[in-house]
Design a protein around this ligand. Sequence first.
Ligand code: SF4
Ligand code: SF4
Length: 66
Amino acid sequence: MPFNYPQLKNPQRCSKCASCMNSCPLHAITRIEPFEVDVSKCAKKGECFTCAMACKTGALVLMSGN
Ligand code: SF4
Ligand code: SF4
């Protein structure tokens, strides 16, 4: 099943606000500095956009996984 996961593609834009981490219903983002995501948890959520929508700075980019 396809799924999305976030990458910190634009780290210079990250304000370390933790909105992404706090928005994830599965707690898949485990750290923001350095940014770490448990991709296996995203895989359970399928195509999810929650963290990217919570990031107001454009620091996160959603990637596609399978
Ligand atoms: S894509 Fe969804 S499941 Fe994965 S970190 Fe973002 S909010 Fe959490
Ligand atoms: S929501 Fe965006 S700016 Fe805030 S910690 Fe996450 S990646 Fe950084």
